[in-house]
Design a protein around this ligand. Sequence first.
Ligand SMILES: *Cc1c(COP(=O)(O)O)cnc(C)c1O
Length: 230
Amino acid sequence: MADALREVSETLYSAASGAGCDTPVLVAVSKLQPATAIAELAAAGQRDFGENYVQEALRKRQELAVTGLARPLTWHLIGHLQGNKAKEAAAAFDWVQSVDRASIAAALGRHRPAALPPLNVLLQVNVDDETSKNGCHPDEVGALAAAVVAEPRLRLRGLMIIPAPWPDLEARRPAFRTAKQIFDDLRVAYPTVDTLSMGMSDDYLLAVGEGATMVRIGSALFGARGPRAS
Ligand SMILES: *Cc1c(COP(=O)(O)O)cnc(C)c1O
């Protein structure tokens, strides 16, 4: 796993320097992976981890707390968030990348504990995937951004994009381009915006070429995912 991390990190670095930009932040997507795998990757130097399910993330973090990690980790929620999980998510994560409606922004803002720094928020925008119900429409980004900025316990950092999973990678490029345009507009309006999260194991090179500042990578680091852990 340490070898896979080194390989992905080097590929990211050379792709970014080829495109003349900073190396994107690597979020290791550990959904359905055991806590031992997270500990192993953390020991190899990985800091940012992404989880899709609130309950699964809490359980694994408890296991990791028992193990006693040498360094603190940064946790990203990247899966769809239900309203009834917002309170737990607001306390457990450093980032929520899947904010796609004003009601969830309000719930996160209300429940973010005062003892923690503001919660970093990305707006999940559905730029082209008609089969997915997650993500706001590009036309709604302005209103949703305003709803996040209105919450003092939230910090608007940018956008998260999952393009339609076209097998032909080149067909995903227009979605990444659209995302970059929306991101650039948002950045003009809000100075805290600095993060464009796009690119997964099979398409992250393409995403980096189109301006991703953060990539979310699971199987290329951990290998194939097993059946969902309970
Ligand atoms: C699972 C997942 C990933 C990682 O996918 P891989 O193909 O394993 O790299 C990234 N982002 C989101 C939102 C995911 O659900």
